[in-house]
Design a protein around this ligand. Structure first.
Ligand code: UDP
Length: 339
């Protein structure tokens, strides 16, 4: 049976494709390469010794998507394809709504018309905003997200839930906390696209000398060391959760299923702790300076992962230090490619 992975050459998508192939699934990737490169496909093939099908096009082109569904017996989809830069989403809201929601609707139309079930959506803990209670479980109230990006995730969740209810389908909404790390082979990771916005890619580039120093956005938060706390989940562990979520849906009969899972480690880690762990794990220095707070940042977010452990038989296995070692390996690989 074939699984459609949209955005399958992206950061989390490519790691998930590897885990799906290792598990024996046939994989069909659609990715428009807007945030990736062809060599990622080659590396997936090297790592797994298998060849996924690959179609490079923009999923807003429904007629091309229809051809993919005609050509393969698709039995499920993991939908990663989306624009994800929070800052850019504020500047280009209409583009973000169009890209992130049209692609989703096009896939759901194919699912609806062909009677396909098993749809997995890549969502985010951003839907909780600053939650009142830690750790955050799946019943925590949703808040209107600050960014357009966050809103597209929340709207996506609603659209998919309505799809499941109306047509009796099985869906899973996976709310990621902060994915970090790279493949242990050093051949897959988050591709640098301009100045990084997220913490770990910025730390990586600072250690590599590409950036002079890390700006720490505030040390006056109400946390132990004053810097914000997040739940950093290793990308390969996260990828495995997708395979578990998909198998769970596939094993259940035909009734309507709306699964929601928080995916994290269950542990909160501060910005300064990440910097220290990176320095120790890789025996490098990360110069930093403390700056003013970044607008829209929350103080603390970490997951309650009981539901994922119980129902997906999944939990994060890789330590922060181990995952930060893979980040450095990925940086060295990128360096070797540009020489
Ligand atoms: N952060 C920072 N400097 C950076 C990037 C991020 O101090 O260059 C901090 C940010 O303020 C936040 C944490 O690192 O507290 C994680 O930020 P990221 O953007 O990676 O994830 P998110 O804020 O979406 O959880």
């Amino acid at each position: 049976m074939a699984v459609l992975v949209t955005g399958g050459l992206g950061y989390i998508g490519s790691h998930t494709v590897v885990e799906l192939l290792n598990d024996g699934f046939e994989v069909v990737i659609v990715d428009d390469l807007s945030n990736s490169e062809r060599f990622i496909l080659k590396n997936i093939e090297e790592i797994t010794g298998k060849k996924p099908f690959f179609y490079p096009f923009d999923l807003r082109r429904r007629e091309l998507l229809t051809q993919v569904f005609d050509a393969h017996k698709i039995e499920g989809c993991i939908n990663f394809a989306a624009s994800k830069a929070v800052g850019e989403s504020q500047l280009k809201p209409v583009d973000y709504y169009e890209n992130n929601l049209f692609t989703l609707i096009n896939i759901l139309q194919e699912f609806k018309e062909r009677g396909i079930s098993n749809f997995i959506f890549s969502s985010s803990c951003t839907v909780y905003g600053q939650a009142e209670k830690m750790p955050i479980d799946e019943n925590a109230p949703l808040k209107i997200p600050e960014s357009v990006y966050g809103k597209t995730k929340q709207m996506g969740e609603e659209i998919i839930t309505d799809f499941a209810k109306a047509y009796g389908r099985k869906i899973s909404l996976l709310r990621y906390f902060n994915p970090i790390g790279a493949h242990p082979s050093g051949k897959l990771g988050e591709l640098p696209m301009g100045i990084p916005n997220n913490l770990v890619p910025y730390v990586m580039q600072t250690a590599a000398g590409i950036r002079e120093r890390l700006n720490i956005w505030g040390d006056d938060y109400d946390t132990e060391d004053g810097t914000p706390v997040r739940d950093y989940i290793y990308v390969v562990d996260l990828a495995k959760a997708h395979v578990s979520a998909l198998k769970k849906l596939m094993q259940i009969g035909d009734e309507t299923i709306i699964d929601i899972f928080n995916l994290g480690t269950g542990k909160g880690v501060s910005v300064l702790e990440v910097v220290k762990a990176f320095e120790i794990a890789n025996d490098v220095k990360v110069p930093y300076q403390i700056c003013a707070r970044r607008e829209g940042d929350i103080t603390v977010a970490y997951a309650n992962v009981d539901k994922a452990e119980k129902e997906l038989h999944w939990k994060s296995e890789t330590s922060l230090e181990e995952s930060l070692k893979t980040v450095w390996k990925w940086q060295l690989y990128l360096d070797s490619q540009t020489v």
